[in-house]
Design a protein around this ligand. Sequence first.
Ligand code: UFG
Length: 325
Amino acid sequence: MKLCVTGGAGYIGSIVAQALIEGGHEVTVLDNVSTGHAAAVPDGCRFIRSDIRDADALAKAFGAGVEAVLHFAAFSVVSDSVNRPLVYFDNNIGGTIHLLESMERFGVKRIVFSSSAAVYGEPEKLPIVETDFCKPSNPYGFSKLVVEQMLRASRDAWGLEFVSLRYFNAGGSVADHGEHHEPETHLIPIVLDVAAGYREKFTIFGDDYDTPDGTCLRDYIHVYDLAVAHILALSAMDHGFSGVLNLGSDRAFTVLDVVKAVERVTGKKVRYEIGARRPGDPPALLASSKEAERVLGWKKTRSSLEEIIRSAYEWRLRHPKGYPS
Ligand code: UFG
């Protein structure tokens, strides 16, 4: 298929673009490289270095006869969204409005959307299923929920078909692609940097949550398994599916569990201190991905915490400074 991947220079987008190229698809990456890396765009992709709010760039991408869009371009740091909500709404919601307008204009009627567990906020029960109430605890999660509403409304208004994939906590690396954010705010790469000696210690944001050891509980999913789900989502639309799906490992770990797993995998001691809670952090998130397994035929093969950490560590050691550009 001819596909457009927005945000294909980012962590998850570039790994999905790579998987699509390997699957024989023709891929145009549209990315303004504001948080991604030009060097992460896989070989074999056509690369348009532009913003999704740029109508000319969208026309260039869609003019080539694109059949479906995989939409990753967004700001995605929960704590940052608490401090800069309007920037998040502008990019994530405003940007998607421009994207959908161009899709409608060019007759591109399929989209796989990069959504998030952040849409649920603080769930009343675990594991979380797709029909649970959504009440985001931060502007980032809210921006993703609004886009999901836009997708539903576009389906009703002009026949858009969509699969919205609500990722839990993505981690790990695939071959030459790994996680590199500036600044890094995510738990696994930060803890690995302490293990590798690139950082002296890190801060655990709160140990007084109502969880087994007081630190936040999360469901970590390997980015390779996420990529597989995106490819299956494209096929699911062929079979008439439109809707939202959770993607997680269906197993939850506290921050201290992650520290212990990093120590086991790397054989290195990790120094940490306990700090205050981070604004916007829900105490516990755990997926039920049964619906994704049923609808997509999705099977996770790499999402043990050890494999996520092992692959992320390997990439970090090979790329101590991350991507070169
Ligand atoms: N944490 C620390 N110290 C750090 C970094 C993180 O204690 O230095 C804790 C956080 O407080 C949180 C957990 O580790 O409890 C995971 O934090 P991350 O920053 O790695 O990830 P988040 O859970 O905040 O968010 C991630 C994605 C979001 C997505 C969410 C869905 O970044 O885009 O998972 O579960 F919405």
